[in-house]
Design a protein around this ligand. Structure first.
Ligand SMILES: Cc1ncc(COP(=O)(O)O)c(C=O)c1O
Length: 449
């Protein structure tokens, strides 16, 4: 991805590394959310040098508050001393043993204590991989093929198969314009999206595919709470159709409490997928679930060398215990509520047409502009000006427990200056002139809010 013109850049070291990456790495990055067109290309950092607590330093020497928290994978803060000390101790005991380690059992016991749906546990390393595992288990347990889904669940064939079917295209739900290149066409019709917070739509799909649905997999929420009774309704419908209900709590999980969203809302799925919110940045994932659904997995071929890795097990176990000890979800929730109030107060004082809403755990900004191009320009201008003031993020906030008063103050001051620039630019019709980068691209259009 080259910039549309040769503007001077604020981050030359990042830009030169990215030019090399594009030569060597198809797509430039390993994760779409780390592509520089997600933020202010040429202004925002592309390469980090190190991170600590709520902050990171880029290869150009700038310091940033990280409002993306490792795309959600950092919950306690970067380089958390307790988690890292436990991991370092484990490194000294060796890795990759030829036999098993009892940490597998210890973490499974802890997960079963925390998550209402957990009676048995399997491990993986990534969220998408664990979703694929959960879908395999559901298909194996029910003997059915089709899957209804709602939200983002990774890159695997079972999910991207939805884009093979023009009528049920992921275009409206994931990346606009994504092609299911390399996904077997034989999978067409096996993954079908359903809209969030719409029980009738789900009921109709279940009726239409009666007796064929193995699983209903969904993010229980993304950044808004569901309507009262919605998740209970989904659970009831899935039960009536003998479909396995899977909550993908990869991004929510411990952020919403020690029992995840299911613990908060009192709706227990059959299976739960956990990953990014589990292990403070160390690769680790789990599928947990009810014994009768999980047990058939013993007969399925679900097997990988690195799933037993004691680093991930140690990181997850220590993160879980630290989240409980430090009451992390409560802390994040009250911090998010303060952040929303602070940003809304500044916006009102300045008269900037923006509202900060969403759950307290995952606030987001929405610029109240009718014209979609103008909205996109203003969102990019926001990201650009916040980056110049040491705040790295999208127009949404992934919180972690290392963010505190200092980050709140610095971000509110940066937002004040940024909202002023935006308001003046809107008044003078000069938004495009203020942009020092191409328009930011939204990586995901999600089914859930
Ligand atoms: C809800 C959800 N499911 C699955 C995934 C995929 O996880 P990973 O990127 O670890 O494969 C993500 C990642 O953003 C996610 O948010």
């Amino acid at each position: 991805m080259a910039p549309s013109n040769q503007r001077p850049t604020r981050v030359p070291q990042s830009m030169s590394r990215y030019a090399r990456a594009l030569e060597l790495i198809p797509g430039g990055t390993q994760l779409v959310s780390r592509r520089p067109n997600r933020v202010a290309y040429g202004v925002s950092p592309i390469y980090a040098a190190r991170a600590q607590g709520a902050r990171f330093w880029d290869v150009d020497g700038f310091e940033y508050i990280d409002w993306i928290s490792g795309i959600g994978s950092i919950l306690l803060g970067y380089a958390d001393p307790v988690v890292d000390a436990a991991v370092k101790q484990q490194i000294d005991r060796g890795l990759g043993y030829s036999v098993n380690h009892e940490l597998e059992i210890e973490l499974a016991e802890e997960l079963c204590r925390c998550f209402p749906s957990a009676e048995m546990v399997r491990y993986a390393k990534c969220g998408g991989e664990a979703c694929a595992m959960a879908v395999r288990i559901a298909r194996g347990a029910t003997g059915r093929d089709k899957v209804l889904f709602c939200g983002y669940h990774g890159w695997h064939d079972w999910y991207l198969a939805a884009n093979l079917d023009a009528a049920a295209s992921l275009n409206a739900h994931l990346f606009p314009g994504i092609e299911p290149i390399g996904v077997p066409t034989a999978l067409a019709g096996t993954a079908i999206p359903f809209p969030y917070d719409d029980l009738n739509a789900l009921a109709e799909l279940l009726d239409q595919h009666r007796g064929e649905i193995a699983a209903v997999i969904m993010e229980p929420l993304r950044s808004e709470w569901p309507a009262e009774g919605y998740l209970a309704g989904v659970s009831q419908l899935a039960g009536e159709h003998q479909a396995v209900l899977i909550f993908d709590e990869v991004s929510t999980g411990l952020r919403y409490g020690m029992g995840g969203v299911q613990g908060r809302l009192g709706v227990t799925p059959d299976l739960t997928v956990l990953a990014k919110s589990l292990s403070n940045g160390y690769p680790m994932a789990a599928v947990v679930g009810r014994r009768d659904v999980m047990a058939p997995a013993a007969r399925m071929f679900i097997s990988s060398t690195y799933w037993s890795d004691p680093i991930g097990l140690t990181a997850a176990l220590t993160t879980l215990r630290e989240c409980r000890r430090r009451q992390v979800s409560e802390q994040i929730e009250s911090f998010g509520a303060r952040l929303k109030v602070a940003l809304n107060t500044v916006a009102a004082e300045i008269g900037c047409p923006v509202v900060c809403s969403g759950t307290d755990q995952h606030p987001h900004l929405a610029f109240q502009l009718m014209d979609s191009l103008q909205r996109s320009q203003v969102t990019t201008l926001y990201i650009q000006e916040m980056a110049k003031r040491g705040c790295h993020g999208y127009a949404s906030f992934y919180l972690n427990a290392a963010q505190g008063d200092l980050e709140l103050q610095q971000t509110t001051a940066a937002a004040r200056a940024t909202f002023q620039i935006i308001t003046q630019a809107l008044e003078s019709g000069a938004v495009a002139d203020r942009l020092e980068c191409d328009l930011q691209q939204d990586a995901f259009r999600r089914l859930v809010q």
